[in-house]
Design a protein around this ligand. Structure first.
Ligand code: TPP
Ligand code: MG
Length: 582
């Protein structure tokens, strides 16, 4: 899925442009031939209808892409997975084992929130967010997220704030957190005792790296972190060349202006070291994200339009066989037209209702699923719960060169938590399960917890550090550079500037009037000239430096700006190459 032509280069420097193909349209050198093509299209629409015409056009566009004919991408594709089954890579893990691990984590995440609320009614915490995102995280933990134990920079992961119980539950299984710490969820006043509700680097300074719970800040900061990683590597300050920034966010969260406000920065800078994973469970806090629309389609258009590589993970593997037999395109049509509000109804429906509502509108659709039992229809999963589909998406994302990637994964909010929580509008607020629900949940997860231990308080369940599951998860983390998240502070001694840099300010400006700007410009000049810190002062000039008389301070910077301007305009043939490291 890498861009077929690759990023454009100018004077040896990669230039990332969002759209560049249509503007290069030439005058028509053979109008008669062009007209023949247009007439063919007219004829197909007339004879076989728009569906057939659309099919052929998609085929032609796909062919053009394969032939490396540069054309702008479509901003919206059909409501199916971007990666087709035959493109899926080999899955290197033990899927059954990873399923068992996920179940252990799911259980402990729920137990933690239930226990907290049992001890202190109303203490809060969230069950449903992690329940929908467990596979999205676990594929990362077992196969992608790089730790820092090897002394390298590792990956930077922005966890969705409300998913924190799942991240704590994993750390508990890894032996990093104790039962007592889990029992102090949301009661962290004594340092080291408890666990903060949400990612908080000050309250848990060895654990969390980025505060993310104020929605929108995670995605925005992740973009700048990825850009900063490039800067650090290019200037030889820290080798972040192997680091990836992962940002997990909710679909409701994308309505925060901060979430989408800097997307263009990531594409313009060609940040292929950045992956967004949007958990599209179609719900926000107490309502739908787009009842009468399709959030995944909307986000696809926004991200593609901003120059991102988009991977949609909408359907689980159970749908592959149905789609392969959908030669009339009726199933894809139904998927395209089905609104998110309808999907939410289906998430809690039984198989016979799904058969009637989703597959019932067309005899060809009915026929597609006539060999499936109602139970099998109910078990047609959404893509974000299919471990292999998620793996395929991450694998494609880390291999994509030249642009950042967003993965739009469809899930069910409160997945596996039972009928009173799953996909209900109240699901986000759910903090309690009845005894009956707890039993059902335990059975669903196939955990050997006796009934007698289930009461108002759910017990934690740890299979032991020597169990197969824990050994497997620890081995995976060892291979990937150690546990995450882990906040590691590595400092190097910094020599202070020579005191002479400041001495003139102690004297004041005498009778001459001095503005703050003027004093600051002088201070900056002195620091830039200082042998200890000069090279660390990096002028970032959005605008107005010249207005404030600062331009002589950074001659190099001026050359850089001029070179960049020439580069963008693409006019000056002899523009000086950019200084290294920028
Ligand atoms: C800026 C901001 N506003 C409001 C909230 C309160 N809040 C917490 S979760 C949530 C909804 C989350 O929905 P979504 O992003 O879809 O995540 P999900 O839990 O569905 O994965 C809201 C509004 C917040 N954390 N931050
Ligand atoms: Mg949501």
């Amino acid at each position: 899925m890498a861009s077929p032509t690759g990023p454009r280069r100018y004077h040896g420097v990669v230039v990332h442009e969002i759209f560049d193909e249509f503007k290069q349209q030439l005058p028509d050198i053979d109008p008669a031939e062009t007209q023949e093509w247009i007439d063919s299209l007219d004829a197909i629409v007339k004879a076989a209808g728009p569906d057939r015409a659309r099919f052929i056009l998609y085929k032609v566009l796909k062919r053009a892409r394969m032939l490396h004919v540069g054309i702008p991408p479509l901003t919206q594709t059909r409501y199916i997975n971007t990666i087709s089954p035959e493109q899926e890579p080999y899955f290197p893990g033990d899927e059954q084992m990873e399923l068992r691990i996920r179940r252990l984590i799911r259980w402990n995440a729920v137990a933690m929130v239930l226990r907290a609320n049992h001890s202190f009614s109303g203490i809060g915490g969230h069950l449903a967010t992690y329940a929908s995102a467990a596979s999205l995280y676990e594929v990362g933990f077992n196969h992608f997220f790089r730790g820092k134990d090897d002394g390298q920079a590792g990956d930077q992961i922005f966890f969705q704030g409300h998913a924190s119980p799942g991240i704590y539950a994993r750390a508990f299984l890894e032996g990093r957190l104790s039962e007592s710490q889990l029992d102090h969820f949301r009661r962290e006043v004594e340092p080291g005792q408890g666990l903060s509700s949400y990612p908080h680097p000050r309250l848990m300074e060895d654990f969390w790296e980025f505060p993310t719970v104020s929605m929108g800040l995670g995605p925005l900061t992740a973009i700048y972190q990825a850009r900063f990683n490039r800067y650090l590597a290019n200037r030889g300050i820290v080798d972040t060349s192997a680091s990836r920034v992962w940002c997990f966010l909710g679909d409701g969260e994308t309505d925060e202006p901060e979430s989408l406000g800097a997307l263009h920065v990531a594409s313009r800078e060609g940040l292929d070291n950045l992956t967004f994973v949007v958990n599209c469970n179609l719900q926000r806090l107490d309502g739908p994200v787009r009842g009468n629309g399709k959030i995944i389609q909307e986000l696809e258009a926004v991200f593609r339009g901003s120059g991102w590589n988009v991977i949609k993970v909408i359907w689980g593997r159970e749908w592959d066989e149905l789609l392969a037999r959908d030669t009339d395109g009726v199933l894809v049509n139904q998927m395209n037209e089905w609104l998110d509000g309808d999907s939410q109804q289906m998430a809690i429906a039984d198989g016979s209702l799904i058969r009637e509502k989703f597959f019932g509108s067309d005899p060809r659709l009915r026929k597609l699923v006539e060999h499936l039992s109602d139970d099998a229809i109910r078990k047609l999963r959404r893509g974000g719960h299919d471990y292999r589909k998620v793996y395929a998406a991450y694998d494609a994302a880390v291999k994509h060169a030249g642009a950042p990637t967003v993965i739009l994964a469809q899930t069910v909010k409160g997945w596996a938590l039972g009928a009173s929580v799953e996909a209900r509008n109240v699901t986000h607020q759910a903090k309690k399960l009845s005894l009956e629900e707890l039993r059902t949940f335990r059975d669903r997860l196939e955990l050997p917890i006796p009934d007698a231990q289930l009461g108002d308080e759910a017990p934690y369940y740890h299979p032991g550090m020597e169990s197969e599951e824990v050994r497997y998860m620890l081995e995976r983390r060892r291979a990937l550079g150690g546990s995450v998240p882990k906040r590691v502070v590595r400092t190097s001694k910094l020599a202070l500037p020579d005191p002479s840099a400041f001495s003139e300010f102690a004297k004041g400006s005498g009778t001459a009037a001095a503005s703050t700007t003027m004093a600051f410009a002088r201070l900056l000049r002195n620091l830039l000239r200082d042998t200890n810190v000069g090279k660390r002062v990096v002028p970032i000039i959005p605008d107005e430096a010249r207005t404030f008389g600062m331009d002589p301070l950074f001659q190099g910077g001026r050359d850089l700006l001029a070179a960049r301007a020439a580069l963008r305009a693409g006019r000056r043939r002899n523009a000086a190459p950019l200084p290294r490291g920028h």
